[in-house]
Design a protein around this ligand. Structure first.
Ligand SMILES: [Zn+2]
Length: 327
């Protein structure tokens, strides 16, 4: 049935919502890139209605740059950090949205001229890895994403596992310390509160009193130069991360774990010391450990995953439409 669609006449927009910008990628229905652009955000956190307006503007601007109009777009797929029930376009919580428990279905229908789909961004990275990246040819693997937060995408038996409520992969909010560091989700002791960018920056401001780091690269550089405070911040994060990954291996027994993020954010998390820590914490069996592979694809990968999800969802809608016309 899909052969009846002209793949070049359909435009899909894949979006990655980052803290300070929206990355937009336009592709045709075969996944060929038409245009990508960055749309800067005024505020990293905004009300749900503003969020929908910003999405519309970001896609509209990108279309304009490609000599297209918003009405040419058949579907918009949005990768967002947080706890999301993708089947219902329902966002329980996201660090980008000021309200909790937002039903985006009516908002997206009212604010956009085509179907739109919101999915947890780590799930989209897992999809991108499965289709285009290190996950090709693997049936059971995990993708841990490290950036502002810590995410997880789970591929089990070749399929994305979301859990019953759509929020079954919140690795960043698994607890590694009772009553520990404050997390952006409002709870304490989450892995993310020790490992993510904001956690490192928070620690580093205290540990490196003589200079305030501006980025994780700054901390990394200072640690390489022998700064004891900077080193201790990264070592603590690595210890926590190693413990978290051991728990993942003990739970899922995957073929491989892909650690996805910018090089400066993941280098210290995939060191030999961390691997040794993981080895000593996983159940002992006479078989090799799953491979742990760092992967720095940049924001492109997130957007590529989003476009793949958009193509899949629009295909499902088109098939439904054709079936209803045929009956
Ligand atoms: Zn948390």
């Amino acid at each position: 049935m899909l052969l009846e669609l002209d793949p070049t006449s359909q435009v899909i927009a894949g979006l990655k919502i980052a803290r300070d910008m929206i990355l937009v990628m336009l592709v045709d229905f075969k996944g060929n890139e038409i245009k990508q652009s960055q749309y800067m955000l005024q505020d990293p956190r905004m009300p749900a209605d503003t969020f929908v307006q910003e999405i519309r503007k970001a896609v509209e601007e990108t279309c304009h740059q490609a000599d297209l109009s918003l009405s040419d777009v058949s579907g918009i797929s949005i990768g967002l950090a947080g706890m999301i029930d993708a089947e219902r376009n329902f966002v329980y919580w996201s660090s980008s949205i000021t309200e909790n428990n937002v039903d985006f279905r009516p908002k997206l229908e009212a604010g956009l001229p085509c179907p739109a789909f919101i999915e947890n961004d780590a799930n989209l990275v897992a999809k991108a890895e499965q289709l285009f990246g290190l996950g090709r040819g693997h049936r059971n693997f995990l993708v841990v994403t490290i950036e502002h937060g810590v995410g997880l995408g789970i591929i089990l038996n070749g399929k994305l596992h979301r859990g019953e409520r759509g929020c079954g992969a919140e690795f960043g909010h698994t607890k590694v310390q009772l009553d520990g560091a404050l997390c952006q989700c409002g709870q304490r002791g989450c892995l993310e509160a020790y490992v993510s960018e904001y956690a490192l920056m928070r620690e580093a401001v205290i540990a490196m009193q003589d200079s305030s780091p501006k980025s994780v690269s700054d901390i990394q550089k200072r640690a390489d130069d022998g700064d004891i405070g900077a080193k201790s911040v990264l070592e603590r994060a690595s210890r926590m991360f190693g413990m978290g990954v051991s728990n993942l291996i003990n739970l899922f027994d995957p073929e491989q774990i892909i650690v996805s993020g910018a090089k400066e954010n993941i280098g210290h998390l995939c060191s030999d010391e961390v691997l040794e820590r993981i080895k000593s914490n996983v159940v002992k069996v006479d078989a090799p450990l799953p491979e742990i592979k760092p992967h720095d694809w940049g924001d492109l990968m997130w957007a590529k995953g989003a476009t793949a999800y958009g193509i899949e969802q629009v295909s499902i809608l088109k098939v439904k439409e054709m079936a209803s016309h045929a009956s």
